[in-house]
Design a protein around this ligand. Structure first.
Ligand SMILES: Cc1cc2nc3c(=O)[nH]c(=O)nc-3n(C[C@H](O)[C@H](O)[C@H](O)COP(=O)(O)OP(=O)(O)OC[C@H]3O[C@@H](n4cnc5c(N)ncnc54)[C@H](O)[C@@H]3O)c2cc1C
Length: 457
């Protein structure tokens, strides 16, 4: 086994063998309680590791992000391996369609893909991690407790501020929110830290302060509409389809996802649109878009319900002028649109503090969404982590497989995103890009440069 661990009194040893001869697995603190942190928490729990998850959001449950997610191979594989609820996580899409601006289908190909939603994944993971019951489990069950499971502790309102190297252990400093809203300083001593604190990761910033998210020059406007609320013309191209439109400075894709409480039955599902549009830095349109209804200039995200009235009118009229009618209809009918600036960020390595700290998911590499691989990266990182901790792969293999994937996909996202938004190409080129992005992780060829410096990482 490759993992160094320690007893609570700080003596270092390997192979989980404590000084008194009993087997003790390392204690782990996970920073961030979104999908990445929960993938890690569920996998580690199933393999007998005790975890404490620290999430900065004060409420026990995160807000529904109202978003569809294309469930890549590793997301599906994760639920196959670790889900104990038995609830289906995905809605299938059977075809990819490409539209012209009039709304006619100009290309179609048979291609099975799985679509899920952020909230369904989240509630299934919370059920598997700390047995949170919810209507999302309908048709499934609350997972059984197994004697071999590790202990889990979920702590909300805890914002990690610093990590201190204590030799064989790490001291995790955090601000803990109390019931009266005030915060106090606290810390936990642990063997390992899994940083799943997202693309603006404060753990990454401790070790790599110069790595910043960079705006890519365009935004994504997102929203959902219940499938029964759209016209027949829209349902025809979006229901159980993965539907695309490309034009200069625009890409729109729309697909079916689970509806309320993860309902995957026809008639109860949602149509989810993802609309990329160019908003150059410094232009008044970007300022208007990113200034919320309370007049606050948001840096990266306008959450559901917070877009200003005039910004949304601007977006809808762009839709009428530039999008196929079925896609413009989606913007007209969505009730809680939200906006994200597309950014780029990747850490040069994923292990720090003599391997006691590991970055996973978006904290390691925030991909452009065109890759449809961010959730899968987080799932893959979590599965790889337990393989390494359990000694089924060694450190070198762990670093190689996670970093090569992160580097290749991050680079690919920049290339296909820039081609889509800043070049005017025949639709065949965009279809080629889409198909390239869909190659499975295990079938990808990783260029030589994705290995550079990993032996020293
Ligand atoms: C609207 C939307 C649509 C998406 N669509 C897709 C898609 O189609 N396909 C796909 O593959 N992926 C998609 N994703 C991305 C996917 O959800 C993420 O890649 C996935 O959740 C893994 O992210 P993460 O957990 O690493 O980071 P995040 O989801 O960013 O979570 C980070 C968590 O850490 C917490 N946190 C941050 N700092 C601290 C701190 N200092 N202390 C404690 N807690 C902290 C945050 O509150 C947050 O809960 C989408 C994401 C969103 C928001």
């Amino acid at each position: 086994m490759a993992v160094e661990n320690s007893t609570t009194n700080g003596t270092s040893h390997t192979n989980g063998e404590a000084a008194n001869g009993t087997i003790r697995k390392p204690e782990i603190v996970i920073v961030g309680g979104s999908l990445g942190g929960l993938f890690a928490g569920v996998a580690l729990k199933s393999h007998g590791y005790n975890t404490t998850l620290l999430e900065r959001t004060p409420e026990n449950l995160l807000h529904n992000q109202g978003a569809g997610i294309v469930a890549g191979g590793d997301t599906i594989e994760f639920f196959k391996r670790y889900d104990r609820t038995g609830k289906p996580v995905a809605v299938p899409s059977y075809k990819r369609l490409y539209l012209n601006q009039k709304g006619d289908v100009i290309h179609e190909e048979v291609n099975r893909q799985n679509m899920t939603s952020w909230d369904l994944c989240y509630y299934l993971l919370r059920a598997n991690y700390d047995r949170i019951d919810s209507p999302y489990l309908e048709g499934g069950k609350l997972p059984e407790v197994r004697p071999t499971d590790g202990k889990v502790t979920y702590r909300s309102g805890c914002t990690v501020t610093d990590l201190e190297d204590q030799g064989s252990q790490v001291r995790v400093h955090f601000k803990r929110r109390q019931d009266d809203g005030t915060e106090i300083d606290d810390f936990i001593q642990t063997d390992h830290v899994v940083a799943a604190d997202g693309p603006s990761s404060s753990i990454r910033a401790i070790f790599e302060p110069d790595i910043q998210r960079k705006y890519a020059g365009y935004c994504v406007i997102r929203g959902t509409v219940p499938e029964l609320e759209v016209t027949e013309a829209a349902r025809e191209v979006f229901a159980e389809r993965f539907c695309f439109f490309h034009a200069p400075g625009i890409q729109n894709l729309t697909y079916t996802i689970a509806g309320e409480h993860g309902n995957t039955n026809p008639g109860h599902r949602l149509l989810n649109f993802v609309w990329y549009a160019n908003f150059p830095e410094g232009e008044p349109e970007l300022e208007k878009l990113m200034t919320d209804k309370d007049g606050r200039r948001r840096h990266i995200t306008i959450p559901p319900g917070m877009i200003s009235w005039d910004a949304w009118e601007m977006v809808k009229s762009m839709g009428h002028a530039r999008l196929p009618p079925q896609m413009a209809e989606m913007a007209d009918k969505t009730k809680a649109p939200f906006v994200q600036c597309i950014t780029d960020v990747i850490a040069p390595k994923n292990l720090f503090m003599s391997d006691k700290v590991v970055l996973i998911g978006d904290a390691l590499a925030g991909f452009r969404p065109h890759t449809v691989a961010s959730t899968s990266q987080a799932a893959f990182n979590a599965m790889s982590l337990v393989e390494w901790f359990d000694g089924r792969i060694d450190r070198t293999q762990f670093v190689k497989q996670t970093m090569q994937f992160a580097r290749e996909l991050q680079d690919m996202g920049v290339k296909i995103g820039n081609r889509s938004q800043f070049e005017t190409l025949p639709v065949e080129e965009y279809i080629k890009d889409r198909n390239f992005a869909s190659i499975k992780r295990e079938d990808r060829e990783y260029p030589e440069w994705t290995m550079h410096g990993l032996d020293k990482a």
